[in-house]
Design a binder for this molecule. Structure first.
Ligand code: PLV
Length: 321
C-alpha cells in the first residue's frame, strides 16, 4: 500500500485572477485529489493510524469527508458507512455509493447525521471518522502547505492564504502547516457563506456559538458549531485570521467565474473562497480585509463532489443569479 492516499496537487498561477486583483494569485488545486477534495489528506492520515484492525468505518459528512472516507476504506479493504443529512444532494449519495459505501440519510443538517454516526460507532463497533475535528486530520491537511512551500521555492512566501471554513478542520490544518514551514506571520482569510457562518459567529461573540440552522446553500460548509481548536486559533495573538462572509449569490457567481476562467467546476465552498478574488487590490487592502500584501495570494481550491451542471443550474434557479 502507498504510504499515503493523497496526491501532491498542482500549484497554478491564475492569470485572470492575478490580472483582476493586481498581484500574483496561486491556486492549490485540491479539487484534483482522488476523492475530489482536500479531505483525503487528513482522513487518509487518520485512517492509516486508526483503521487497520477495524471491522469498518463510519463517517458523518456533508459529503466530501464521506467521499474521502469511502475512498480510503475501499483502498484499505474495509467497509464504509457514510451518514449524510437530507440536505446533501442525490448526486453526493450516488457518488458515495459508487465508491462502494453504504449511505445512510439522517436528519436535516450535518450535526444530526453526526449524532447517528456516533451512535452507529457505539452500537456496531465501527471506527468513527470525524470530518473536521481531530488532530490527526489537521496533521494530514497540513501537508498541503508543506507542498506549497516546496512549489514556491526558497524565499517566496504567500501574502495571505484564502480558504473556506465549515467545521474548521481545513483552517486548523493550514495553520498547522504554516507553523511547520515557519509562516505563522502569513494572514489567513477564512471565508464562509451567510447562513453557514459558525466560525464568524464565534469570532464575533468571543465564544463558541451553535447556529440555530444552516440556511446557506453551501451545505458542505454546514456545521452548526465550529471546532474548538479553530476558535482558539482565532483568539491567538500570534496569528492573524480574518473571518469574512459572502452571500450565496456571491459564492455562486464566483463558481461561474472560476469555471469560465480556470475551466474547472468547483462547489459553493470554493466559490466562497474565490469570491474574495472578484475584488481589486485596492478593495482587498483598503477595505479592512488585509492591511498590506507582502506576497502572492494563495487560494486553497478545496474541491468538492456536490456539484455538476444540473446542480449548478438548480442553484442558479434557486438563487436567481
Ligand atoms: N465539508 C465537511 C463538513 O461538512 C464534509 O463533511 O465534507 N471545502 C469543502 C469542499 C468541504 O467539503 C468542506 C467541509 C470544507 C471546505 C470546509 O472544511 P472544514 O469542515 O474542515 O472547515 C459539514
Amino acid at each position: 500500500m502507498a504510504n499515503h492516499f493523497h496526491l501532491n496537487t498542482p500549484l497554478l498561477e491564475s492569470v485572470s485572477m492575478s490580472k483582476r486583483v493586481g498581484t500574483a494569485v496561486y491556486l492549490k488545486m485540491e479539487n484534483s485529489q482522488p476523492s475530489g477534495s482536500f479531505k483525503i489528506r487528513g482522513i487518509g492520515h487518520l485512517c492509516q493510524q486508526m483503521v487497520r484492525q477495524s471491522k469498518g468505518v463510519v463517517c458523518s459528512s456533508g459529503g466530501n469527508a464521506g467521499m474521502a472516507a469511502a475512498y480510503v476504506a475501499r483502498k484499505m479493504g474495509v467497509p464504509a458507512t457514510i451518514v449524510v443529512p437530507s440536505s446533501s444532494p442525490q448526486l453526493v449519495v450516488q457518488r458515495l455509493q459508487d465508491q462502494g459505501a453504504t449511505v445512510k440519510i439522517t436528519g436535516k443538517v450535518w450535526d444530526d447525521a453526526n449524532a447517528e454516526a456516533l451512535r452507529l460507532a457505539e452500537t456496531e463497533g465501527l471506527t468513527y471518522v470525524p470530518p473536521f475535528d481531530h488532530p490527526l486530520l489537521w496533521q494530514g491537511h497540513s501537508s498541503m502547505i508543506t507542498e506549497v512551500a516546496a512549489s514556491l521555492g526558497p524565499g517566496v512566501k504567500p501574502g495571505a492564504v484564502l480558504l473556506s471554513v465549515g467545521g474548521g478542520g481545513l483552517l486548523c490544518g493550514v495553520i498547522q502547516g504554516l507553523k511547520d514551514v515557519g509562516w505563522t506571520d502569513v494572514p489567513v482569510v477564512a471565508m464562509e457563506t451567510v447562513g453557514a457562518d459558525c466560525f464568524n459567529a464565534a469570532v464575533k461573540a468571543g465564544r463558541l456559538v451553535t447556529l440555530d440552522d444552516i440556511t446557506s446553500e453551501a451545505k458542505c460548509l454546514g456545521a452548526k458549531t465550529v471546532c474548538k481548536k479553530a476558535f482558539e486559533y482565532s483568539q491567538c495573538n500570534e496569528l492573524t485570521i480574518i473571518s469574512e462572509l459572502v452571500t450565496d449569490e456571491q459564492a455562486l457567481r464566483a463558481v461561474e467565474t472560476f469555471l469560465d476562467e480556470e475551466r474547472v467546476l468547483v462547489g459553493m465552498a470554493c466559490g466562497a473562497t474565490s469570491s474574495c478574488l472578484q475584488r481589486t487590490y485596492t478593495q482587498i487592502t483598503g477595505e479592512g480585509l488585509l492591511p498590506t500584501l507582502l506576497g502572492p495570494l494563495l487560494v486553497i481550491v478545496c474541491g468538492g463532489s456536490s456539484v455538476d451542471m444540473e446542480q449548478l443550474t438548480n442553484l442558479k434557479h434557486k438563487l436567481q443569479t
